[in-house]
Design a protein around this ligand. Structure first.
Ligand code: KQY
Length: 369
């Protein structure tokens, strides 16, 4: 049983959320299993998650939370260097249900446990029960030996990206969505982000990637690759609605200054061509009332921006698309000192997210402080 949360909030104690490119102690993941989200009782997804974990574990320690009932299955798929811990969850999106880690000037590490409501609660949430997911962050913090704060408002890790120097990126579509809370305003959300991640400026983009079932998480659309430098998912086809969404985001970003008064450099990362779920893929998913149905022909919210920055590496999803190679080349230019590691992303995408959504970095630093 996790200990009770800390009183107050991180910023009041001198803590802030570091950038993803800062050194990691390791990466946390979960093991997928639910047959109403993952086809064929999640077998192909488990293998896909295991391949991601194996690649990340070449660069930093990986810990996977899995229920006791599935531990043997997880062990058989994962390299022995990957640690397993007994954590129950409703699904497997560690970015969103895990803690957002924060550090202080002495590099003591703590966690933030956001309230989770399955991306919308009773108003369009993706499944009907999420109590186990909502407990994951505290469970992870207990196992990581870090004290944690409980944020009593809905937020997901994939809904924000930070530069670690006071700036956050977010979309209005997600963070002001009534299904994340009533009477949400920019200034209320900015105050919450300041208190819990230490940011002084939020750069608001209107919408995320079309068909994104998280209501437009920023981690599929844009992220910082360095202080003052953002990469943005890009669409060159004026007949595709994503063209307008990406252009509007570009205009906001190109006009914005960060918390330190810097103008942003904006690099474009092409999106894959439109991708949809096939009849064969959909046939393997068990439809259950209360869970978002997944059907043949459903458009998939694929984006190469959904990559994970590991120590000395960037783990980049690939979709068997004509733009796979371009994405790898562009990211190699943006991260010249890291190895770019392509991994198969489609099977994860079928569940509604990708590599960034299933991972959560723990910054290097002192624990049990
Ligand atoms: O974007 C993310 N951080 C998570 C995607 C979750 C999809 C749930 N089916």
């Amino acid at each position: 049983m996790p200990p009770p949360p800390l009183p107050r909030a991180p910023a009041a104690d001198g803590y802030w959320m570091p950038a993803e490119w800062e050194p990691h102690a390791g990466c946390w993941m979960l093991f997928p299993y639910r047959p109403d989200n993952w086809r064929e009782s999640a077998g192909p997804a488990q293998a896909a998650f295991a391949r991601v974990a194996a690649q990340i574990s070449r660069f930093e320690p990986v810990t996977v939370g899995v229920s006791a009932a599935l531990a043997n299955r997880a062990r058989s798929l994962l390299p022995s260097s990957v640690q397993l811990v007994d954590i129950e969850s409703d699904d497997a999106w560690m970015r969103d249900v895990g803690p957002t880690f924060v550090i202080n000037a002495s590099r003591d590490v703590r966690g933030v446990d956001w309230r989770f409501n399955a991306w919308g609660g009773t108003a369009k949430g993706l499944y009907a029960q999420w109590d186990r997911d909502d407990r994951v962050a505290a469970e992870v913090c207990m196992r990581a030996d870090v004290p944690y704060y409980r944020a009593e408002f809905v937020m997901e890790g994939g809904a924000i990206h930070v530069d670690g120097q006071g700036t956050a990126l977010a979309t209005r579509q997600c963070l002001l969505n009534p299904n994340r809370g009533s009477r949400l305003t920019e200034s209320l959300v900015e105050r919450r982000l300041r208190d819990y991640t230490g940011v002084r400026r939020v750069i608001w983009l209107d919408e995320g990637i079309q068909f994104d079932e998280t209501d437009g998480h920023i981690d599929n659309l844009a992220c910082f690759v360095a202080p003052g430098h953002v990469v943005l998912a890009w669409c060159d086809n004026p007949r595709d609605p994503q063209y307008r969404i990406s252009r509007s985001a570009f205009e906001v970003l190109a006009d914005a200054t960060d918390a330190n008064g810097r103008r942003l450099m904006v690099s474009r990362l092409p999106l894959p061509e439109p991708l949809s779920m096939t009849a064969q893929e959909a046939a393997g998913i068990v439809e259950v009332e209360g869970t978002k149905p997944r059907r043949a022909g459903d458009r998939l919210a694929a984006s190469y921006v959904n990559f994970y920055i590991a120590n000395h590496a960037v783990i980049v999803p690939q979709f068997g698309d004509v733009n796979d190679g371009a994405a790898v080349r562009i990211l190699a230019g943006l991260f010249p000192n890291r190895q770019i590691v392509p991994v198969a992303g489609r099977e994860i995408l079928l569940g509604g997210g990708c590599v960034h959504c299933i991972t959560q970095q723990q910054p290097a630093g002192r624990v049990a402080a």
